[in-house]
Design a binder for this molecule. Structure first.
Ligand code: 5GP
Ligand code: ZN
Length: 116
C-alpha cells in the first residue's frame, strides 16, 4: 500500500522516533507546528477517524495513554499540550493513515475554526 506512515512503521521511510511498541509508533513531525510536535500513529493502517471500528477502541485508548507518557517524557505534562486528530477534507487531513498530533512546549494559539 502506498502510505507514507505505513512506510514509517516499516522503517522504509526514516523518522525520529520517540516511542514504539507492538501496536503504536510516535515520531517527530517533519514540519513542526509547535516547539514540541509529535505524531502518534497505530501500526495498523486505519485511514481516518471515520474508519475506526469497535474492535479498534482499545488501540485508540492506548494512543491516549501513549500521549500521556510522551508528554511526561518531553517534560510538558504539567505545562500542557493538545492532542489533535484531523479527519477528512474540511480538517485539512493530508495523510490518510490515522494519526494524533501531540503539540506543546509553548503557549498554543486558539483552536482554529472559521469563527471567533
Ligand atoms: P494531517 O494534516 O494529515 O493531520 O497531518 C499530517 C502531518 O504529517 C503533517 O503535520 C506533516 O508535517 C507530517 N508529515 C508528512 N509527511 C511526513 C514524513 O514523511 N515524516 C514526518 N515525520 N512527518 C510527516
Ligand atoms: Zn498506512
Amino acid at each position: 500500500m502506498d502510505c507514507i506512515f505505513c512506510k514509517i512503521v516499516e522503517g522504509t521511510i526514516p523518522s525520529k522516533k520517540v516511542f514504539e511498541n507492538d501496536s503504536i509508533v510516535a515520531f517527530y513531525d517533519i514540519q513542526p507546528s509547535a516547539a514540541q510536535h509529535v505524531l502518534i500513529i497505530p501500526k495498523k493502517h486505519i485511514a481516518t477517524m471515520n474508519d475506526v471500528a469497535t474492535e479498534d477502541l482499545p488501540l485508540i485508548g492506548e494512543i491516549h495513554q501513549t500521549a500521556q507518557q510522551i508528554a511526561k517524557d518531553l517534560g510538558i505534562a504539567e505545562s500542557g499540550y493538545r492532542l489533535i486528530n484531523n479527519c477528512g477534507p474540511d480538517s485539512g487531513q493530508v495523510v490518510f493513515h490515522i494519526h494524533y498530533h501531540l503539540l506543546g512546549g509553548e503557549k498554543l494559539g486558539a483552536l482554529v475554526g472559521t469563527r471567533d
